[in-house]
Design a protein around this ligand. Structure first.
Ligand code: ZN
Length: 166
């Protein structure tokens, strides 16, 4: 279990700005949400209350995150409508990733708070990532072609196209 959940915790913002989450104006999710350059930020979809964004440090190809626009630190602190849309988008991401990448399974979940491994502790986000049998061991030994067979730009194009066609 630990192995399934630890990968993404240091991968997302290990080189971005882990402590910045609680500083005003220092949250990268808030910054990206406010920016209009979705391509540069790898935002594949904007819904009413949440957006879908590629993880810059994907554990596997297609690693997406569903993020509310609002800077919320806990699920309980989120408006009902935001949570509902978040779950709908998670399901949509699941469907899209299955169509595009044909994974054996998916990891879907969130780390809430720093001690739980959240890279950006002050702003909740749902991870959705495809998994293949054996990808974990590949990742720890040879973090190369098997796990990351395409660039983020390619993933961006593919996921964005698939989402708009859905
Ligand atoms: Zn934020």
């Amino acid at each position: 279990m630990d192995r399934l959940w630890t990968p993404w915790r240091y991968r997302y913002v290990s080189s971005a700005h882990p402590e910045g989450a609680d500083l005003k104006g220092g949250c990268i999710f808030c910054d990206k949400a406010a920016s209009s350059d979705d391509r540069d930020n790898y935002i594949v979809l904007r819904a009413e209350r949440n957006f879908l964004i590629l993880n810059l440090y994907p554990y596997t190809t297609g690693h997406l995150m569903v993020v509310p626009y609002e800077h919320i630190a806990t699920l309980a602190g989120a408006p009902q409508e935001t949570l509902e849309e978040m779950m709908r988008l998670t399901a949509r991401a699941e469907k899209t990733l299955r169509q595009l990448y044909g994974p054996d399974g998916l990891n879907i979940g969130m780390n809430v708070g720093e001690s739980a491994g959240a890279g950006i502790a002050g702003h909740i986000h749902m991870h959705v990532l495809p998994r293949w049998i054996g990808d974990g061991s590949f990742m720890t030994t040879v973090a190369e072609t098997r796990v990351l067979p395409e660039t983020l730009d390619t993933t961006y194009e593919r996921v964005k196209a698939a989402l708009s066609a859905a």
